[in-house]
Ligand binder design. Structure first.
Ligand code: IPE
Ligand code: IPE
Ligand code: MG
Length: 251
């Protein structure tokens, strides 16, 4: 396929030589295809994907990235077969419980955004404990998008602003991009500089529609369970070669 990056990799030495994006976001895709190619059930692909999550977090910390946002489960993913949804929720809880100690020790702060009320109680409890335990982390801030949909987030912003207008606290004319972004779930972090999507799909799939306005996009054919730190470094080195114009003319 043209325009796609194969498994471009790079070394930590190369990544440390220049500018690193402040915020990297990843659409972690291809678990099902990874499993199918091996004649395994889909959940085995999701389990294998947990190793890649560790790789991405470790790689981002080593590279000096400040924010790493991982798309783990979308609003639309709730419509997958119940057996797959159940397996994903069980893996989520297992991952969160098993990684808490190591993440805390490495000073990695983890927060979760999305509609967590839809998650099973056990997964919600595990997430709450992870957020509490890692709250003081300063090396890297990992944001997990779970039960997240960007359209729902934007609808939430519209509702919040409408409520403020109805109460007389805000005039419609005062609503601008900054005011709008101030109501997003991501309001406290900078927008992503680099978006990586694995498995070759060239779409956004309801992820951070507002926030990705000027992100550089890197699509790799690598399936998520095969993704390593070196693939992340490869994407960062590629990003460095981009010219970000933000609609302006280069002088
Ligand atoms: C990504 O892998 C994980 C989730 C969306 C939860 P997929 O399950 O979408 O894998 P493919 O796209 O079917 O290969
Ligand atoms: C996007 O992947 C959601 C996550 C990676 C969590 P999907 O596999 O659900 O997206 P589509 O269906 O290919 O657009
Ligand atoms: Mg997919």
């Amino acid at each position: 396929m043209s325009g796609l990056r194969d498994g471009t990799t790079s070394s930590l030495e190369a990544v440390r030589e220049g500018e690193v994006p402040t915020h990297v976001a990843i659409i972690m895709d291809g678990n099902g295809r990874w499993a199918r190619r091996r004649g395994l059930p889909r959940w085995e692909g999701h389990r294998a994907g947990m190793t890649a999550v560790r790789e991405a977090i470790e790689g981002a910390a080593k590279a000096g990235v400040s924010h790493l946002t991982l798309y783990a489960f979308s609003d639309e993913n709730w419509s997958r077969p119940p057996s797959e949804v159940d397996a994903l929720m069980a893996l989520l809880e297992e991952y969160v419980r098993s990684q808490r100690e190591a993440l805390t020790r490495h000073s990695i702060r983890v927060t979760v955004f999305g509609d967590r009320m839809r998650l099973p109680q056990a997964a919600r409890d595990a997430i709450g404990e992870l957020e509490l335990s890692t709250a003081g982390g300063t090396a890297l801030h990992v944001h997990l998008a779970i039960s997240y949909g960007s359209r729902a987030e934007i609808v939430g912003v519209a509702r919040a602003l409408a409520r403020r207008c109805t109460r007389g606290e805000l005039s419609p004319e005062a609503i601008d991009a900054e005011c709008f972004a101030g109501e997003l779930l991501t309001r406290e972090w900078p927008d992503p500089d680099l978006l990586i999507r694995t498995s070759g799909e060239q779409r956004i799939s309801n992820f951070l529609l507002w926030q990705l306005a000027y992100a550089e996009i890197f699509v790799t054919d690598v399936l998520w369970p095969d993704f390593t730190q070196e693939h992340l470094f490869g994407a960062v080195v590629d990003y460095r070669g981009r010219e970000r114009r933000f609609g302006l003319v280069k002088t």
